[in-house]
Design a protein around this ligand. Sequence first.
Ligand SMILES: Nc1ncnc2c1ncn2[C@@H]1O[C@H](COP(=O)(O)OP(=O)(O)OP(=O)(O)O)[C@@H](O)[C@H]1O
Length: 335
Amino acid sequence: MKNDILLKNFVTLKQEMPYVLDFFTHYGVSFQPGDLSLAGQLDSLPADFFEDIGIGKAELIQSFEAYMQNRELLETPGNAQRIHSITIIGGKDKNGTPEDKTLTLNAGSITSIVGPTGSGKSRLLADIEWLAQGDTPTGRTILINNETPDSELRFSLDHKLVAQLSQNMNFVMDVTVSEFITMHAESRMVGNIESVAQEIIRQANLLAGESFLPETPLTALSGGQSRALMIADTAFLSTSPVVLIDEIENAGIDRKKALQLLVKNEKIILIATHDPILALMAEQRLVIKNGGIHKLIITSENEKNNLSALEAIDNKMLTLRNKLRLGEIIEDTNF
Ligand SMILES: Nc1ncnc2c1ncn2[C@@H]1O[C@H](COP(=O)(O)OP(=O)(O)OP(=O)(O)O)[C@@H](O)[C@H]1O
């Protein structure tokens, strides 16, 4: 890594590499204006700062190195196709009524997909995953960078374009967590495999309620732990520019952290959800009705302002859930 990045000053970083500052602010670092270098800024943080965030300075820098490595991987020509947008050209709903809509989603954006059960949210994700060309039940067409994707991209077996995180993650491989991530990291030709693997496991454990170890067999992971591992793995090792997430809410993991982890890279993220917090964390949401895209709603400032109130409700639910899990009695009405 770029020790030279650590030597750059705040103003330069803000202008040239704002994502570096975003990485640290995600961990709660607040920067002092002026010409202190990044290393200087980290040195000037009070000792209890690292206690509060639960990791040491060396680990934070290690995590930053893993993040930069992943970015470089994404930016290396040939590793992933440069994708700055996907466009959905409407087809028809379940009654055959035309959708009459063309939507373009840009890199670095989060779009949520909402709608009643059975309305067609997963179908929309599947249309994007398979780069539909009028040949799925909806008749939709997907363009990449405003162009029809070539069929090689459509039918390539490794699906480099799209990473799909779906509700059911069942591992059947007889390997440990650490072996699995190492294999994956090797296939992605990541340089510093050991530190990337450690970081993925650490982040996955931050998302999952119950911790697991590098030596834990994959088959021994719970549903929530498997999903947490796949989310961290996707965030650090996937070179796919498009990430589709189906129903993150029932997995028993910290949804907000999961989304923040995925958003750190310039990906196009679509998330099908019934969860108001996740829906409002997105800049926009597609409302699906009867198999068709009914409308596009841009998340308003007022809606964004409601997020903290929703999070307070969510935290209360989380506390109750944890009490239940720990076998406590919930008789007190004063939660
Ligand atoms: N435009 C359409 N034309 C025909 N069939 C459709 C259309 N859209 C969705 N379907 C079909 O309707 C069924 C339900 O859709 P889907 O599973 O996507 O719903 P969902 O919104 O994801 O539901 P849930 O919230 O329960 O997961 C699927 O079989 C899907 O292929």
